[in-house]
Design a protein around this ligand. Sequence first.
Ligand code: NAD
Length: 253
Amino acid sequence: SNRHERRFAAVTGAASGNGRAIAEKLVAEGATLAAIDLDTEALARVFGDRAEVLRIVADVADEESVKAAFAQIGAEFGRLDTLVNNAGIVKFGTFENLSLAEWDQVFAVNSTGPFLASREAYRLLRTGDGDHTRSIVNITSVEAHIVISSSGHPQIHYNASKGALLQLTRALAVETAASGIRVNAVAPGFIETPFTTAALSNQEVHDWLIERTPLGRIGRPEDVANAVAFLASDEASWITGTTLFVDGGWTIY
Ligand code: NAD
């Protein structure tokens, strides 16, 4: 499929896991891509020799860094059709021992990062090509909707930060609709990425996840990427402010 031909896209956290799969998928469907990540070395390793990929080292939690990243995208591309806010971090820890520093760090990356990137991308999205729809896709989590406490890993700050991103998605969808920009979320369930390697290496957790998931397997980054590519395409031109769950049925079971 060539749904993203002649389009410019930016993906944050593009050097690993879900972000990498999203970046590969959009490029495979024809997009010219800005791959944004904190990790200089991983960016070079993953996208080093790709002409259709502009590598940008930036911290989504840092305002100046995000401004510089989108200024560079503006200079190189002139416009943007798709922004995918994927960069995120996960931390675990019980509520009573949670430090303010750790709470702030999780919110800075998972909630404030998408705000900053969306704000800086907005001007470029507005100057987009009138021939097709332009949109933002935020990677939230099933944990924005439910609390998976039985995994033995409390994480109220992660839950709260993804809940904030969910409502940011809806509020932004309303505010940007008049400019023809759609804003949606993809809520992954458990996906096999470097983010989850440690948890998956525990056989008990692994077996529990499979048993708990109606479709009976762990998710793949490609499952997330396929959903993002759809939401960012014209096939989704009447879809805004919504969440597409990519969780093998976890949240309905
Ligand atoms: P990952 O750790 O494999 O990749 C995250 C990437 O983001 C890394 O390349 C990292 O360098 C980059 N990054 C981290 N902080 C950044 C920052 N401040 N600025 C720029 N880049 C930064 O993780 P993943 O599993 O691919 O997760 C990607 C997204 O998917 C996250 O938002 C995560 O919350 C979400 N998610 C993952 C799962 C899962 O099971 N893996 C489930 C639900 C949601």
